[in-house]
Design a protein around this ligand. Structure first.
Ligand SMILES: Cc1cc2nc3c(=O)[nH]c(=O)nc-3n(C[C@H](O)[C@H](O)[C@H](O)COP(=O)(O)O)c2cc1C
Length: 216
């Protein structure tokens, strides 16, 4: 068997979808990936190679689905010009949306929402967009579960990621739908940038789990 062994992943893979060569070649166990995942604040400029993107998509679609007959849909953006344009467009449309919908300023910690003139993709050269089906909101949990898989698989392959919800409004605008040839039954749900992190990793901190009840 080429590629990944289940003991390398630390779990049993009972169902195989797709070509085994498309499976990510992880450098970390699942547990290591869970604890090492981090939101990247700056990316090196080189794009993620196509083979790695295919591996990431195949890892993403192994996630549990509400209805396994459905299909996941993705778009990839790698051109620097397109990403720069999408960044500008997104920052403008997200600010406008925020003005319309938020009665109070952005909560603390979301400082990235403040500036309009920055690269919302943090210099990354690869954007992967997860699409949901307009026909059913049930596609939303599927997309986010798959997005979690992709983030962990990317971590296992040595890549950093960042979810960029700021781009959703622009991606679902008629202009970007047209440019990206998105069929009418799909809408953008989860845009995630992927690449090699630039600079040192920052520590992720979390509050301890709040267990409100544990009945036995
Ligand atoms: C669902 C979700 C959406 C996010 N959207 C954005 C975004 O639009 N722009 C951005 O710069 N960061 C975004 N982030 C990153 C977070 O705001 C935050 O910077 C990051 O999660 C903090 O790092 P940590 O997860 O390592 O603690 C998003 C994170 C999540 C989980």
């Amino acid at each position: 068997m080429t590629g990944l062994r289940s003991d390398e992943l630390g779990l049993h893979v009972s169902v195989c979808l797709g070509d085994e060569n498309l499976r990510p070649k992880p450098r970390l166990s699942v547990t290591d990936a869970i604890y090492n995942q981090q939101t990247v604040h700056d990316f090196q400029p080189q794009p993620v190679p196509a083979a790695s993107i295919h591996a990431l998509l195949y890892a993403a679609i192994q996630a549990p689905m509400v209805q396994s007959c459905e299909q996941y849909s993705f778009a990839i953006v790698q051109g620097r010009k397109a990403l720069a344009e999408l960044s500008d467009w997104s920052a403008r449309s997200f600010s406008a949306l925020e003005d319309q919908t938020l009665e109070t300023p952005s909560p603390p910690g979301l400082g990235y929402l403040a500036a309009d003139d920055r690269n919302i993709f943090f210099n990354a050269s690869t954007l992967i967009i997860f699409y949901g089906s307009c026909a059913s909101t049930l596609s939303l949990p599927d997309v986010w579960l798959a997005a979690g898989n992709l983030i962990l698989a990317a971590c296992g392959m040595g890549y950093g990621t960042r979810i960029v919800v700021e781009a959703i409004e622009a991606l679902n605008s008629p202009e970007w739908r047209r440019r990206m040839k998105v069929p009418p039954h799909l809408f953008a749900v989860a845009p995630i940038i992927v690449g090699v992190a630039a600079g040192a990793r920052s520590e992720t901190s979390r509050k301890a789990p709040d267990i409100v009840s544990w009945s036995t």
